[in-house]
Structures are given as structure tokens and as C-alpha cells.
Design a protein around this ligand. Structure first.
Ligand SMILES: O=P(O)(O)OC[C@H]1O[C@H](OP(=O)(O)OP(=O)(O)O)[C@H](O)[C@@H]1O
Ligand SMILES: O=c1cc[nH]c(=O)[nH]1
Ligand SMILES: [Mg+2]
Length: 211
């Protein structure tokens, strides 16, 4: 499994505002979108393209187009939905599928409550969006889901990760073709499975009432 942790002052700055408990939902949503666009730039480094001829006003030359089958972007509801706009701005021709998963806050086990994905993902490059990689249970289950449908490659874009969760996902993934792009790798999980220092519950902060 390949892991890339962002190292850029603009990302660290935006993340600092996102972490701040006083940042209200509208600002949190806007920053999430901006952060995803920056992370997606790295996450899409390996997106497949095909050579295509083009005519500029001056000459005939070769360019590239996003290859088919088109990439599939999969936000994990609810919090991953806050990352969708930032991603599709960068890859507007991507197809979008949805996975609804919620972590049981007592057992910390993920439960899938919704799924809207193509039945056959053969040959597809998939991009999973979820801001938080905590115990790793949710992301590992989502990755399994996509490979079970035939996906060729899965890249996960997360805003924050915990070392425990990253290790869990790495073990679960084995030798499958998976990459994880993180805005930051935090210190640890607390006794409730929350990322420390983290940013709290991403879904609540995105979609809770504005203060
Ligand atoms: O790594 P894990 O321990 O599995 O935890 C991470 C999951 O928890 C959060 O979702 P949550 O279950 O709170 O659902 P929500 O997006 O609806 O708030 C987060 O968005 C991840 O999906
Ligand atoms: O810190 C955490 C852990 C899981 N889910 C969140 O939204 N935040
Ligand atoms: Mg939540």
C-alpha cells in the first residue's frame, strides 16, 4: 500500500483552521472543499490518460484525455459528501458512486446503510473520499466493497488519519493496488476512537447547525 502524507504550508494552514473548534460549518465546508482539491492533485497523479490528437490555432499536435473506463469517485456518506465538489472540480468527467456507512459509536464497527455503485467495476480506477481515517474499519470495508466488484485500483483521499487506522488498513489491504493520500497523520486515537488532536466529528462539523 502506498501512503502519501501532504507536506505543504497551505494545507497545514487550512487544516489548522479546520481543526479549530470555533470554526463554523459554512467555513468548515468551504475549507474541506479547498483541501480536497489540493489533495486530489496528488491523488490523481496516476490517473490513466490516452493520447489524443488536437489542433491548436497554430499546429496539429498530441494531447491527452482521461482514459475510459472513466475514474469512479466514491464519497462515503455522510462526511465524505463534503469532499465531492472539490474532487469533481478537478476531474469533471469522473463518474460518481455512493456508499453510506456509519460507525457504531459503541463497537466502532462500520455499518453499511446505502450503496449506489456500478455492478461491475472491472478495470476501474476508484477514488474513495472520507475525511477521517480513525480505526480504519470504514475505509477497509469500503476498499473491500470496491475490489469485490472488480475494481483494479483504489486511491483513498482522507483529510486526517491516525497511525493505528493506517496500520489496520495496510494489513487489511495486503498486496492489492491501494494508495492513501492524507492531509496529515495525527498522533493517535483516544479511548472513544476519535483522532487526536483531530477535528472532532467531521459529519457533525460539516452538516451541524452553523454557530
Ligand atoms: O476509521 P473509522 O473508525 O471507521 O472511523 C471513520 C469514519 O467515521 C466517520 O463517519 P461516521 O461513522 O461518523 O458517519 P458520518 O459521516 O455520517 O458522521 C468518518 O467520516 C469515517 O467514515
Ligand atoms: O475523529 C474522528 C473519528 C471518527 N470520525 C470522525 O468524524 N472523527
Ligand atoms: Mg460522524
Amino acid at each position: 500500500m502506498r501512503v502519501h502524507v501532504a507536506d505543504h504550508p497551505l494545507i497545514t494552514h487550512k487544516l489548522s483552521v479546520l481543526r479549530d473548534r470555533t470554526t463554523p460549518s459554512p467555513t468548515f465546508r468551504a475549507l474541506t472543499e479547498e483541501l480536497v482539491t489540493l489533495l486530489a492533485y496528488e491523488a490523481t497523479r496516476g490517473v490513466r490518460v490516452t493520447a489524443t490528437p488536437i489542433d491548436t490555432p497554430v499546429a496539429h499536435t498530441m494531447g491527452v484525455a482521461i482514459a475510459k473506463p472513466r475514474p469512479l469517485v466514491v464519497p462515503i456518506l455522510r462526511a465524505g459528501l463534503g469532499m465531492l465538489e472539490g474532487m469533481v472540480k478537478l476531474v469533471p468527467t469522473a463518474e460518481v458512486g455512493f456508499l453510506g456507512m456509519a460507525r457504531n459509536e459503541e463497537t466502532l464497527e462500520p455499518q453499511t446503510y446505502a450503496e449506489r455503485l456500478p455492478d461491475d467495476l472491472s478495470g476501474r480506477q476508484c477514488f474513495v473520499l472520507d475525511p477521517m481515517l480513525a480505526t480504519g474499519g470504514t475505509l477497509a470495508a469500503a476498499i473491500d466493497f470496491l475490489f469485490a466488484r472488480g475494481a483494479e485500483e483504489v486511491t483513498c483521499v482522507c483529510i486526517l488519519g491516525a497511525p493505528e487506522g493506517l496500520a489496520m488498513v495496510e494489513q487489511a489491504v495486503g498486496d492489492r493496488n491501494v494508495s492513501i493520500v492524507l492531509g496529515a497523520l495525527d498522533e493517535k486515537l483516544d479511548e472513544n476512537g476519535y483522532i487526536v488532536p483531530g477535528l472532532g466529528d467531521a459529519g457533525d462539523r460539516l452538516y451541524g447547525l452553523a454557530e
